[in-house]
Design a binder for this molecule. Structure first.
Ligand SMILES: Cc1cc2nc3c(=O)[nH]c(=O)nc-3n(C[C@H](O)[C@H](O)[C@H](O)COP(=O)(O)OP(=O)(O)OC[C@H]3O[C@@H](n4cnc5c(N)ncnc54)[C@H](O)[C@@H]3O)c2cc1C
Length: 428
């Protein structure tokens, strides 16, 4: 029987898992990566002075970043970080080195076509996929046909901006955290940071060391701890911008020369033709079965959409789940059953007060039942692998630490003792 052909789009954390596991299923797989190397988000990119479109730059990585999760929970299901890396909260270079180790161990690089950008994907009536690829070296385009597609293009490239009155009259500089690289540019300046997620908190900390004043605007119910950061003032949401600053919802007014929007990203699939049956509305990618399989064309899966997760473990699990269907080992539920499952999931989220923007959020409530992750358990029933309880326990220990213990939580090292237990040691 002719082997099933698989196209993987992107060679970041998700694409590497898709490639490695497809090979282990003896599928005939090709991975297209638009850049010169593997790693995606973890590859630091300098900014060229004349960027016309923010999305030309793929990675949001900045200097001095240390992971907000310990490396003990950032490995793949069957490939943990090496013990020789001492720290738990590692640098972006260490994460990239780890991805290279993974690619080397499973001999993945020879299956990746670098500097090949997928520019169009179309379903064909014979059930196959027509994939249009541009060779970025030669500028030439070609078409290949595949039976299955893994879309692993990453979801931290297209900035999301809030709509705030007066943004167009503000005369200072504004950027999205996607284009933030280092704090020195803000030395001696007054800076407004909007958003107190992991990036907003990290940037506030970095910039406040040398800026004149930093205003951190957010609407978190519990105010984050910033008392250890010099010159930082917390503010509520911006009511409206003025020419030189902003008026906040509590009526206070400030002037500043820079605004940094740490307001998240939008899902984007510029290469999928509308015929692929996928659309994005309010940051909800649909219609998907278990946040991954395209219900309209179940021979396509998108890996990496869920957030507030253990990214690498989650992506690996999604890939293994999908491959059971891609390789015909498991029979998919009917389209109607998959749509019912999707509606049930959305209804359950609605009852918990979540909006459509949180359609792919796997917050605490959905993660933990007796130290097991509900979403992961669902996938594992098919995938045959699950996240180890010790990983869930470490994750719970680290949850939301960036809000209340930003200056100290990275001073710990974790050591996995067995599938259930870990040690936590204070190191500096
Ligand atoms: C600032 C920041 C900090 C983070 N910190 C952590 C952390 O501490 N711990 C953690 O676990 N996670 C962290 N994350 C999340 C991290 O992004 C994920 O863990 C993971 O690396 C995402 O992998 P991915 O493969 O989905 O996407 P990416 O890493 O973005 O890879 C996508 C790849 O697809 C390629 N591609 C895109 N479009 C095309 C196309 N059309 N054709 C061909 N190739 C294409 C890209 O070039 C890229 O190589 C962080 C993210 C950011 C932005």
């Amino acid at each position: 029987m002719k082997s099933i052909s698989v196209c993987v789009i992107g060679a970041g954390t998700a694409g590497l898992a898709a490639l490695k596991n497809s090979l282990e299923h003896q599928l005939n797989v090709v991975c297209y990566e638009q850049s010169k190397q593997i790693g995606g988000t973890w590859v630091y990119e300098d900014l060229s002075p004349n960027i016309e479109d923010e999305c030309e730059i793929h990675s949001s990585m900045y200097q001095g970043l240390r992971t907000n999760l310990p490396k003990e929970v950032m490995g793949y299901l069957d490939f943990p970080y090496p013990e020789s890396m001492a720290d738990s909260f590692v640098s972006s270079h260490d994460v990239l080195s780890f991805l290279y180790l993974y690619a080397e161990h499973f001999d993945l690089q020879k299956h990746i076509k670098f500097q090949h950008e997928v520019i169009r994907v179309l379903p064909r009536t014979n059930g196959r996929w027509e994939v249009h690829v541009k060779n970025r070296l030669t500028g030439k385009c070609f078409v290949e046909m595949f039976d299955r597609i893994f879309v692993c293009n990453g979801h931290y490239t297209k900035p999301q901006y809030p709509r705030i009155e007066g943004m167009e009259i503000y005369q200072g500089c504004s950027i999205h955290s996607h284009l933030y690289r280092e704090p020195y540019k803000f030395e001696g300046e007054d800076v407004l940071i909007i958003g107190a997620g992991p990036s907003g908190m990290d940037l506030t900390n970095q910039i406040s060391k040398t800026a004149k004043r930093v205003f951190l605007s957010h609407h978190l119910k519990e105010a984050p701890r910033t008392d250890f950061m010099p010159r930082v003032t917390q503010k509520p949401d911006v009511q409206r911008f003025t020419e030189s600053g902003a008026i906040f919802k509590d009526g206070s007014q400030e002037t500043f020369s820079f605004v940094i929007f740490c307001t998240g990203y939008q899902y984007s699939f510029p290469f999928l033709s509308t015929d692929c049956g996928i659309f994005v509305a309010n940051n909800h990618v649909q219609p998907l079965y278990k946040h991954t399989i395209n219900i309209n064309f179940p021979t396509m899966a998108i890996i990496g959409l869920p957030f507030m997760v253990l990214p690498t473990q989650c992506f690996d699990l999604q890939v293994r789940f999908v491959l059971k269907f891609f390789s015909n080992e498991q029979k998919l539920p009917t389209q109607e059953e998959m749509m019912d499952a999707l509606h049930e999931d959305m209804q359950e989220r609605k009852e918990r007060g979540l909006t459509e923007r949180d359609a792919h959020k796997m917050g605490e409530k959905q993660w933990f039942v007796l130290f097991q992750f509900v979403y992961y358990q669902e996938l594992s029933k098919i995938a045959g692998h699950n996240v180890k309880p010790v990983i869930a326990k470490i994750m719970k220990d680290c949850s939301k630490k960036y809000i209340f213990e930003l200056e100290t939580y990275r001073q710990y090292q974790f050591k996995v003792l067995d599938d259930e237990n870990f040690l936590k040691i204070h190191v500096k």
